[in-house]
Design a protein around this ligand. Structure first.
Ligand code: DGL
Length: 291
């Protein structure tokens, strides 16, 4: 297949990756997009690492062989900080663009030196995230705030459901730190679902901060990676979305249509990849099998 006929595959566990898709479209309007959401596994923020990594490797083995994308954007911090390296090793010929907590730009921009990273519990636990802090923010005080619920609340908000301020408040309040006259001035949105809530966060924050959304930087990286493989003229193929649970949900279809995507069923997920494998959820020190 020629590069012009090959899609860019944008992946997330749910609809959070649409925050990245918006920016990709802005910079690369002629590219064909295939949006893939592993909604059968959503939310993945509390998955035990080994099971999640294996699931992602299995899923991508099949996705890449069937769809042959010209590039893959992992628009998910939880997935990329865990499996990015293994995916690149398993598929050396594939161009991967990842999403990692924007700790480096936050450390470069902060005035107070107090930064918070708002993410899923998985992302705040990752060795990858600790590595970013050691490499780029050793002079800052970085507070890691893991939220079990925000990705789910972001999906509810985007689907038009009522999400009370009090629920959001409870999830973000730990991001705000005062220390010797200094206050947190940057909160890194280290889950691609959260930018959908950024305007709500601004309204309920105890003081104004910069809510750092990496979506545009990810899209710019994709442009760099694709270089001469970019489409120069509009293509005729529609941009599609596939969800691993193969939902038949008119509200989701409408929501995706608002992002220029047609929801299609994918036979790939009727076999075995889309079925939720037994999850092992980590809660604090305990490891609990989910019913
Ligand atoms: N959107 C994903 C991220 O960037 C995670 C959402 C989830 O918990 O599934 O980390």
């Amino acid at each position: 297949m020629t590069d012009t006929a090959r899609p860019i595959l944008v992946f997330d566990s749910g609809i959070g990756g649409l925050t990245v898709l918006r920016e990709i479209r802005r910079l690369l309007p002629y590219e064909q997009i295939l949006y893939v959401a592993d909604d059968a596994a959503f939310p993945i923020g509390a998955w035990e690492e080994q099971s999640l990594k294996q699931r992602l490797l299995d899923l991508f083995r099949d996705l890449l062989s069937v769809h042959d994308p010209k590039a893959v954007v992992i628009a998910c911090n939880t997935a990329f900080t865990l499996a990015g390296e293994a995916l690149r090793e398993a598929h050396p010929d594939c161009r991967f663009v990842g999403t990692v907590p924007a700790i480096k730009p936050a450390a470069e921009r902060t005035f107070s030196g107090l930064i918070s990273v708002l993410a899923t519990p998985g992302t705040v636990r990752r060795a990858y995230t600790r590595g970013l802090i050691d490499s780029f923010a050793s002079r800052c005080h970085v507070r890691l705030v893991g939220s079990d619920r925000l990705a789910v609340l972001a999906e509810a908000h985007l689907r038009g459901e009522q999400v009370p301020d009090t629920e959001l408040q409870a999830e973000i309040e730990d991001c705000f730190l005062e220390d010797g006259g200094r206050r947190t001035d940057i909160v890194v949105l280290a889950c691609t679902h959260y930018p959908f809530l950024a305007n709500r966060f601004r309204k309920i924050a105890p003081w104004p901060v910069d809510w750092l959304d990496p979506a545009e930087a990810i899209a710019r990286q994709l442009v760099r990676v694709l270089e001469q493989h970019l489409c120069k003229t509009p293509g005729s193929a529609a941009d599609r979305a596939v969800f691993t649970s193969n939902p038949e949900d008119p509200a989701l279809q409408r929501l995706l249509a608002g992002f220029g995507l047609t929801l299609v069923q994918d036979q790939l997920f009727n076999v075995d990849v889309g079925r939720p494998s037994p999850q092992v959820r980590q809660a604090g020190k305990e490891t609990l099998p989910l019913a």
